[in-house]
Design a protein. Structure first.
Length: 331
């Protein structure tokens, strides 16, 4: 099996979608702690754009992609939780999922329940595990109880639509923001209690209105620069500003005194990869995600599918805000 190859998407240097090229790479056998996975579907995520553009600098040349689903072809020494032939899905470092097959660390690769398709598995791992750590592990002082208000930006995106449904299942009143009336309608259909079109409305004023002047306990924000200042104004005293992405650009430096003036607020910058540093934690989070999907409480919407060869078009759609729900690449 030593002469296997795979088509893979690589960049030689950071840049726009045109920097991505489809190349053939050799794929060897897994070493200790590794597996070889043959992909059936690959997930597309905003972090891929950050890595491609150089916002998150990585060594070059770089094979992109953080998420995929497929079948285990070979298992390296010391890997006990997976066997050849297992259906699996993952969100994991290092990047490299934009390919037909790859050798990768086994730690974050999880067996995919039979009731969940490869396409769903590839679409939901990174976004679903992100929604899991946000709603279950990134909590304001005193936690969240049924009836509590939370604000979720980009509520019609991949993470957002999962969070809308999961928040409803937890009894939370999720206020979602999105950039069009159509996207607001989609958030409401998926369990958001309220939706605000931030292009036509002042979301901070609406949040105060919706919450009777109280504000929310937590803001979950992957937009970054454009939503930061007003998000702080949406929080109750001692509220939590949880930023987990920068779709509009990184948040500029701010003075901690601002947090005092707005009610002794908390701020955290979260990333999935801090949460999945052990096999046990990854599996526990994945089990929680699989259970909520299999129960029907959370439906994973795949609204866009692209052949792997059309990866440039996929990135352009994502960056132009033309996508809803999840997008997958098909090898």
């Amino acid at each position: 099996m030593g002469n296997l190859t795979s088509l893979a998407v690589q960049i030689q240097q950071a840049g726009g979608p045109e920097a991505m090229a489809l190349v053939t790479v050799p794929v060897g056998d897994p070493g200790p702690g590794e597996v070889r996975v043959a992909h059936h579907a690959i997930g597309l995520n905003y972090i891929d754009v950050y890595q491609r553009s150089g916002l998150y600098p990585l060594p070059m040349p770089l094979q992109l992609g953080m998420e995929g689903a497929g079948v285990v072809e070979a298992v390296g020494e010391g890997v006990t939780h997976l066997s050849v032939g297992d259906r699996v899905a993952y969100a994991a470092n290092p990047p490299g999922s934009y390919c037909q097959r790859r050798v990768m660390p086994a730690m974050n690769v999880c067996r995919l329940p039979d009731g969940i398709s490869f396409e769903t598995g590839a679409a939901m791992m990174l976004k679903g595990l992100t929604a899991q750590y946000l709603l279950k592990r990134t909590l304001p002082q005193g936690g969240l109880q049924p009836g509590d208000f939370v604000l979720f930006h980009a509520a019609a995106g991949g993470v957002g639509l999962i969070a809308c449904q999961w928040a409803k299942a937890l009894g939370l009143q999720l206020i979602g923001t999105a950039g069009s009336d159509e996207k607001c309608a989609l958030a409401l259909e998926n369990g958001a209690k309220f939706a605000i079109n931030y292009k036509t409305e002042d979301f901070a004023a609406r949040v105060k209105d919706i919450t009777g002047g109280q504000g929310v306990k937590v803001v979950y924000d992957s937009v970054g620069k454009d939503t930061w200042d007003k998000s702080l104004d949406c929080l109750q005293p001692f509220g939590l500003m949880a930023t987990f992405g920068n779709a509009s650009g990184p948040v500029p430096p701010f003075a901690p005194g601002v947090l005092a003036a707005k009610g002794s607020l908390y701020v955290t910058r979260q990333t999935l990869f801090s949460h999945i540093t052990s096999r046990e934690r990854t599996q526990a989070m994945a089990d929680d995600l699989f259970a909520v999907v299999q129960s029907g409480a959370v439906n994973i919407r795949i609204d866009q599918r692209f052949p792997l060869a059309n990866v440039q078009a996929a990135h352009r759609s994502l960056e132009a805000r033309q996508t809803t729900g999840c997008t997958i690449l098909l090898p």
